[in-house]
Design a protein around this ligand. Structure first.
Ligand SMILES: [Zn+2]
Length: 497
């Protein structure tokens, strides 16, 4: 499709200058070819009226989980470890249709809230499947949203991952847990290789990456296998790194060094590596990330919801770490609203110290959620900006909405006032995927009913898994709670830089 379009009459946000000047955007096919003064003649172009609209680059969600779409609202007072303890019933036994449904729900929500691309760590038990990965890819492609899908994998279960936890479980529960097995790493990697080799989706829209979920959950051979496969196919690697203090202690106990030090020794860290959360990094860990060109996906909503703390983003930026902003999965944070994630990223930085020059400015936050996210997803500068040569991923915000009245600094309003409710239309790759608040690509009318049917079925098939997880929760909470009480090498209050 090389049709020419011109988006006329809107005001285009300039993040660095904090302005929104009237400009027309010229699009050919899926790419922006020009940003011109209003009214400039553009031959043979279809006109899209953007009068009364603020135009900004599509937001990029640097970390989510599409399987979480059917887990939204399932838990309340969960730490990360209690969430992982619940994973078998929360995300297990999904049919292909349910995997598609869950991803569709998540994609539709993201687009409706101004997000045009996401890094999705998608989970299947006991191993990823080619069909599952293609099913999720199809969900994104059908909605018309960009995604990097990283199968979330491990060869060690959560209970085996934390040194000492299995031994701390009552014997009857321990034997129940030991029956839960993940596939050997060779099996998982062979499946991902097959998916990579046979990938038939447009890589500019939906591509594959590798998601060895958490260092502690993966044998060294597994992580090295992911590293090599990623190199061979030019794919990214996305892991959860030091999300909780418990993981910090468990890492020291297992490897005798920090998890970041261990990943570095295995040769995992590099420009195509994205670390989600990265909360419990010491100064040396942060420096390593900067030196290796690693990207971090900062998820302040999830980090607060699970009580994990807040990443030291200012220190990361000082160390030249690429940072994107994510929502994390709907099963732990619960909406998929990057506007809210930006607002929380800004606010959270302000409880980390009294020096306002160390806080994240709204211009910085918006830059992280657009250009930073683009880099974290491996898209370079092809998305995340409204400029010639970039993909035409454009969010139309209604300037008549109360969120933009009065129109002070537009960047402040986007980060601190907008909550997704002023998103009126969303163009992705030149196509209007959300048009006047209606998704144009798929029929969304039945999604709600299907989601309700799916969770009723899943509740019943996953009842035994839930019963086991509920029984385990007390022992898991006690063991991990004790670890959390122990001072870790980053001796700081959670809310400090
Ligand atoms: Zn996650």
């Amino acid at each position: 499709m090389n049709e020419r379009q011109v988006i006329r009459g809107g005001r285009v946000v300039d993040i660095a200058r904090r302005t929104a000047e009237p400009r027309d955007i010229v699009v050919a096919g899926d790419t922006i070819t020009d940003v011109v003064t209003p009214g400039t003649a553009v031959a043979d172009a279809r006109v899209i009226d953007a009068s009364g609209r603020l135009l900004m680059p599509g937001l990029i969600n640097a970390h989510t989980h599409s399987h979480g779409g059917l887990g939204r609202g399932a838990g309340d007072r969960w730490t990360l470890e209690l969430l992982l303890n619940a994973a078998p019933w929360l995300s297990g036994n999904r049919s292909m249709e349910e995997r598609y449904l869950s991803a569709s729900l998540v994609a539709v929500e993201m687009v409706s809230k101004g997000c045009t691309a996401a890094y999705d760590l998608f989970f299947e038990m006991p191993a990823p499947s080619v069909e599952g990965l293609e099913t999720v890819a199809r969900a994104y492609a059908d909605v018309g949203m960009r995604a990097v899908i990283a199968p979330m994998m491990g060869d060690r279960t959560f209970w085996a991952a934390i040194p000492g936890l299995l031994d701390a479980l009552p014997p009857d529960l321990r034997s129940g847990v030991e029956k839960i097995q993940l596939s050997p790493w060779e099996t998982s990697l062979a499946i991902v290789r097959k998916a990579l080799e046979g990938w038939k989706f447009d890589r500019d829209t939906v591509r594959l990456a590798l998601g060895p979920t958490i260092p502690l959950h993966c044998s060294d051979a597994f992580m090295q296998g992911c590293r090599d496969l990623a190199r061979e196919f030019g794919a990214g690697v996305h892991m959860h790194v030091l999300e909780s203090k418990v993981q910090g202690h468990a890492g020291l106990a297992r490897y005798g060094k920090t998890l970041v030090g261990h990943l570095d020794a295995l040769g995992l860290l590099g420009p195509s590596f994205t670390a989600a959360h990265a909360i419990w990094l010491d100064d040396d860990d942060i420096k390593r990330f900067g030196d290796r060109g690693v990207a971090v996906a900062h998820n302040p909503g999830s980090n607060m919801r699970l009580g994990n703390g807040i990443a030291r983003v200012r220190k990361m930026l000082d160390a030249r770490v690429t940072v994107g902003i994510g929502t994390d999965g709907a099963n732990c944070s619960d909406n998929q609203n990057v506007f809210e994630a930006m607002r929380l990223a800004s606010f959270a930085s302000r409880i980390q110290g009294h020096d306002p020059s160390r806080w994240l400015g709204t211009d910085e936050v918006l830059d992280l959620a657009t250009r930073g996210g683009a880099k974290a997803l491996g898209f370079g500068d092809t998305i995340g900006r409204l400029a010639p040569g970039a993909k035409a991923d454009v969010v139309f915000l209604d300037l008549g909405h109360v969120n933009f009245i009065p129109l002070h600094d537009p960047v402040n309003l986007i980060v601190h006032a907008e909550d997704g409710t002023a998103v009126e239309s969303v163009m992705i790759g030149g196509r209007m995927v959300l048009d006047h608040r209606r998704i144009t690509t798929i029929d969304t009318s039945r999604l709600a009913a299907r989601a309700q049917d799916a969770i009723e079925r899943l509740r019943s098939v996953n009842a035994p898994a839930r019963a086991l997880s509920d029984k385990l929760a007390e022992a898991v909470g006690k063991f991990c709670g004790a670890l959390d009480e122990k001072p870790y090498r980053v001796e700081r209050h959670l809310a400090s830089q």
